[in-house]
Write a protein that binds this ligand. Structure first.
Ligand code: AMP
Length: 318
């Protein structure tokens, strides 16, 4: 792994820096991207600093909005990805046209694709790593910098609940809060749902299937989504819902896409599930991963594998 100083040296060398993050962005993808871009804009007003995506921010536009980028912007540019483990998931493929590539991430380093990398898979959020970078390098930490970073940390720690949350996370969160950001507004923006989304959560609770091992799954078909007027991105609000039940240890939420395939969400309170996701064109963290399923046959297979891993986990913890 490279150091913050090596990354900072590269940043100093380039006059154009373009930030990328993963597709279907969550608060941490957008927050880590925006936080570093905004801080560097303040530190280096003479540099051209852009945030690239694919017009895919959905209802997370309150965290950051993308800049328009074109192929010519990438000539001689430094490209920095945040929160993105593999090239297939980098939003906007123009990233590959830059001069030098840096990866800042907190997923297991399954594809070391960059020229320089800072990857800490024990960090609960890429936004925490970015905040550490800003603090260590004494870069500007204003309200506009802290706001997206705090959103990223709240998002990826499940409001400071998931196991990677540490005392250091609270130290960083306190530093960000000291800038005067409205932490209540951020927490509300992340946790509030529309009435239609709440009904979809109820649908998950009512119709999910629970195996005696503690594995559970719910399928959200296009028919259900359109009945409630919720799109597949907005359906992400249901991903944590099964885990609120005490006896559920690991679960899948399958969201049907308009082409009939399924986006697969894996979540767990103990059984390791990123190896399972990797078998289905996916990946992610030990306890939170994503994948894809071609059809209902693959959906059934994915859940059978989850039951197996959950049973093994139960056995080893008897
Ligand atoms: P999600 O269920 O989409 O919220 O994703 C949970 C975690 O898995 C996040 O850290 C994602 O970056 C990661 N992830 C989701 N989908 C994929 C995928 N197809 N390939 C690799 N990682 C993924």
């Amino acid at each position: 792994m490279n150091t913050f100083s090596q990354i900072y040296e590269k940043i100093e060398q380039y006059s154009t820096i373009i930030f990328h993050r993963h597709t279907s962005p969550d608060p941490d993808a957008l927050g880590s991207q925006a936080g570093l871009a905004r801080s560097l804009r303040l530190q280096f007003p003479e540099k051209r600093i852009l945030c690239a995506g694919e017009n895919d921010e959905g209802d997370l536009e309150w965290i950051n909005q993308m800049d328009q980028v074109k192929s010519s912007d990438y000539q001689g540019a430094l490209v920095i990805t945040t929160d993105t483990a593999n090239t297939a998931r980098i939003a906007n493929k123009l990233y590959s046209q830059g001069d030098f590539l840096i990866k800042i991430d907190h997923h297991p380093d399954v594809e070391p694709y960059a020229d320089l990398s800072y990857v800490d898979d024990e960090a609960p959020a890429a936004s925490q790593i970015v905040a550490d970078f800003i603090i260590e390098k004494h870069l500007p930490l204003t309200k506009e910098v802290a706001y997206p970073l705090y959103a990223g940390i709240v998002g990826d720690t499940g409001r400071f609940m998931y196991p990677e949350t540490s005392k250091h996370t609270f130290f960083v969160a306190a530093k960000l809060a000291q800038t005067g950001i409205n932490i209540n507004e951020i927490a509300r923006n992340i946790s509030d749902v529309t009435f239609a989304q709440a009904k979809l959560q109820a649908e998950v609770l009512e119709h999910m299937k629970v195996d005696p091992s503690g594995a559970a799954y719910a399928i959200l078909t296009q028919e259900k989504l359109s009945k409630l007027g919720v799109d597949s991105e907005e359906a992400s609000c249901t991903v944590s819902t099964p885990g609120r039940i005490k006896d559920i240890l690991a679960w899948n939420v399958f969201v049907e896409k308009s082409d009939g395939t399924f986006r697969v969400h894996y979540r767990s309170k103990g059984p390791i599930i990123n190896g399972l996701a990797a078998k289905h064109n996916g990946g992610g963290h030990a306890l939170a991963s994503g994948a894809n399923a071609k059809n209902l046959v693959e959906v059934e297979q994915i859940f059978a594998e989850l039951v197996q891993v959950t049973k093994e986990y139960q056995k080893s913890h008897e």
